[in-house]
Design a protein around this ligand. Structure first.
Ligand SMILES: NC(=O)c1ccc[n+]([C@@H]2O[C@H](COP(=O)([O-])OP(=O)(O)OC[C@H]3O[C@@H](n4cnc5c(N)ncnc54)[C@H](O)[C@@H]3O)[C@@H](O)[C@H]2O)c1
Length: 333
């Protein structure tokens, strides 16, 4: 698919993934609209080297739990990338299970219904690896990481309401696809990190949270939540953008395609790598009384390779270095 001249809406476009996607679509010659209520996104994420990527008439500060707002903003779009949802670190997710579930269901239902009503031809949704069954995301005593295939999300029993809400988002988009109401692309992402991430203590995910603690050390103690043994499959944001562009081209109506590496990294390894980047003496403290989430998971990305010709390209060491540098500029006094 050529993006040139197409009118493309990116919901959540001021967020971490969305803002990088907006830049890529802008470079490909698309007319890009953004809808975001700035709950976690920032207008600055849409500025590159001093110039805004989109004009003010293309930025819509909207709460997508409002169905009418969704109908207005999807008018005359050729393609919708629906990325807006409430996503945050483990503390926020488990401390707000009801409201998070409720809000995400409403955003996702409203957006899909609006796209169908306005006859948007193509719609792309992103799910999460948090939707895999909690009972299978375990740390094996022999050190083997569970490698998930797409279909193994069922029978469903995600650990959090976030995982449930995103699975419902995938499910309803699949229903629309099966009834041929519009063309649907579905990616299921593992743990995404990179510049334009949220760094606050309240809403940040593990990588920016550890980086913030390292930068602010010793004013902020370098405490890792849990034992540090829990593992995640981290994927750099530019690899996600590659997949988002490819799915519009080659992955529509092909069902869910999982995006993430086939190996995991422990939070202990991550914390040690962040401390090394900080280049100052930091004692790492583990707090096993804090919630640490699922034990371990990674992606069998054979489908992504076959359908999208996708594979992770940015190694964790390089991605971490770039993210650390970006956070350092953001958090500079
Ligand atoms: N970050 C990850 O590790 C990860 C992993 C799997 C899936 N995902 C999914 O990818 C998508 C983008 O995630 P991200 O990492 O860029 O997070 P993000 O928080 O940076 O982006 C989400 C954006 O949605 C916006 N938003 C939230 N509620 C809204 C509302 N009611 N109305 C309008 N906008 C609203 C936020 O302000 C934010 O800019 C989300 O759907 C998320 O579930 C993310």
């Amino acid at each position: 698919m050529t993006f040139r001249g197409k009118r493309i809406l990116v919901t959540g476009g001021a967020g971490q993934i969305g803002s990088h996607l907006v830049a890529a679509l802008h470079d490909a010659g698309a007319e890009v609209l953004v809808a975001d209520n700035l709950w976690r996104g920032k207008r600055e994420n849409l500025i590159r080297q001093g110039s805004p990527l989109i004009g003010p008439e293309h930025f819509h500060k909207l709460d997508l739990t409002d169905a009418e707002a969704c109908r207005q903003v999807t008018r005359n779009c050729d393609l919708v990338y629906h990325l807006a949802d409430v996503v945050a670190g483990i503390n926020y997710v488990f401390g707000n299970q009801f409201s998070l579930f409720n809000v995400n269901l409403r955003i996702d239902s409203n957006m899909l219904a609006a796209a169908v009503a306005n006859k948007v031809p193509r719609y792309i949704y992103v799910g999460t690896a948090c939707s895999y069954p909690a009972s299978r995301q375990t740390l094996a005593s022999n050190g083997t990481t569970p490698l998930f295939r797409e279909e193994e999300v069922y029978p469903a029993m995600p650990e959090s309401s976030y995982g449930w809400s995103k699975l419902m988002g995938e499910y309803q988009a699949e229903l629309a696809m099966n009834e041929e109401l519009l063309d649907v692309g579905l990616l299921r992402l593992h743990n995404v990190y990179g510049p334009h991430c949220e760094t606050s203590a309240e809403k940040s995910q593990v990588i920016p949270s550890l980086i913030r603690k390292a930068i602010r050390h010793p004013q902020e103690p370098f405490v890792v939540w849990g034992t540090g043994r829990q593992r995640r499959a981290f994927v750099y944001v530019s690899d996600i953008v590659d997949a988002l562009l490819a799915v519009a081209d080659r992955g529509m109506n092909r069902g869910v395609i999982q995006i993430g590496p086939d190996y995991s990294t422990s939070i202990r390894e991550l914390a040690e790598a962040v401390v090394k980047l900080a280049g100052k003496p930091i004692d790492i403290t583990y707090d096993p009384t804090r919630r640490e989430g699922d034990g371990d998971r990674a992606a069998d990305y054979a489908k992504a390779r076959a359908v999208l010709d996708w594979q992770p390209r940015v190694p964790l060491s390089e991605g971490l270095r770039r993210t650390y540098q970006w956070c350092q500029q953001q958090l500079a006094p």
